[in-house]
Design a protein around this ligand. Structure first.
Ligand code: DX5
Ligand code: ZN
Length: 222
């Protein structure tokens, strides 16, 4: 419903030169950068935490979209707010000390944007209690945990379309984000089903000609 954006995922960048990798995105005209936080419990991988968000914040004024693939996100959320996150997305499937709803309201009360993420197996209906309290709905297009996995079209595109149709029928405004396996050949499928935010790990940071990769991705979602 808004201008489509390509969001590079820092997970696929070269972490030995984080500042340069952030600048690579900035130089390519990126507006939103995606940061994947993994705890080794909610997903079978460990990435980074608030310290990396703070490090990136020092390098750029780009909008930082933080995707928490962690249990007890409510216990950690203030640390990501203070680290400089602009949007914080939490998973409905995670364990909470309090509740999903309280966590979303807490993020927004801090002046930040809040998102809900759905695992590929989770139906859109699981997000229904939260649709009035979110800025963004993330439909995972791979099983979260690793970059470089194939796009799960059949499992996730009907859900994305349902999330778009529900939003439009109810006058809601949330962004629709897809994450996982987004390439020039899959992004148009996600776009046709309602996505406007496209997380690109491998497809952005993989090619050495970043300008060309970005130009192709942007053309595919325009
Ligand atoms: C998956 C992460 C994604 C991942 C996408 O758990 O949430 O953001 O980095 O990577 P690609 O684009 O390589 O599938
Ligand atoms: Zn992600």
């Amino acid at each position: 419903h808004e201008t489509p954006l390509i969001l590079p995922s820092l997970l696929a960048a070269d972490w030995s030169r984080v500042a340069a990798e952030v600048k690579r995105a900035e130089d390519a005209g990126v507006q939103w950068l995606h940061l994947d936080v993994m705890d080794g419990a909610f997903v079978d991988n460990i990435s980074f935490g608030p310290q990396m968000v703070q490090t990136v914040r020092k390098c750029t004024s780009m909008y930082l979209d933080v995707h928490l693939m962690i249990h007890r996100p409510d216990h950690y959320v203030d640390r990501f707010i203070h680290a400089g996150a602009d949007n914080i997305t939490i998973h409905v499937e995670a364990r909470y000390d309090n509740s999903v709803l309280e966590t979303l309201r807490h993020i927004r009360a801090a002046g930040k944007h809040a998102g809900i993420a759905l695992h590929p197996d989770t139906p859109f209906e699981a997000a229904l209690p939260y649709v009035n309290d979110i800025d963004l709905l993330l439909v995972m297009t791979v099983v979260p945990g690793f970059g470089g996995q194939p796009f799960m079209e059949k499992e996730t595109m009907p859900k994305l379309a349902a999330a778009r149709d529900y939003r439009d029928a109810h006058g809601l405004k949330y962004h629709l984000e897809v994450d996982g396996g987004i390439y020039p050949h899959t992004a148009p499928i996600a776009k046709a089903n309602g996505a406007n935010l496209f997380v690109c790990g491998t497809s952005f940071y993989g090619p050495s000609d970043t300008a060309a990769a970005m130009a192709e991705l942007k053309t595919c979602v325009a």
